[in-house]
Design a protein. Structure first.
Length: 78
């Protein structure tokens, strides 16, 4: 999780009273970010964990946030 935070694919430590506040991701490696989000968008129709995660988040928060969330998840698994 710390590695994903250093790559700027995650909002870092923006919470208060146990609730996570919404904020923007910071600027990081634009090539890594674009590659991971493109991979996340291509996996959205698949029947695996990342596809299901993308569809869950996209239903609530939108396609772009879902792509960044799946990119972050794939980076933390690595």
């Amino acid at each position: 999780m710390i590695w994903a935070c250093s790559k700027k694919l995650r909002t870092c430590q923006n919470e208060s009273a146990g609730k996570r506040k919404s904020s923007k991701t910071r600027k990081g490696n634009q090539y890594l970010r674009s590659a991971l989000t493109e991979a996340a968008q291509s996996i959205r129709e698949s029947e695996n964990y990342f596809g299901a995660q993308y569809r869950r988040i996209a239903a609530r928060k939108g396609k772009r946030r879902a792509a960044v969330a799946v990119a972050h998840s794939s980076l933390t698994i690595y």
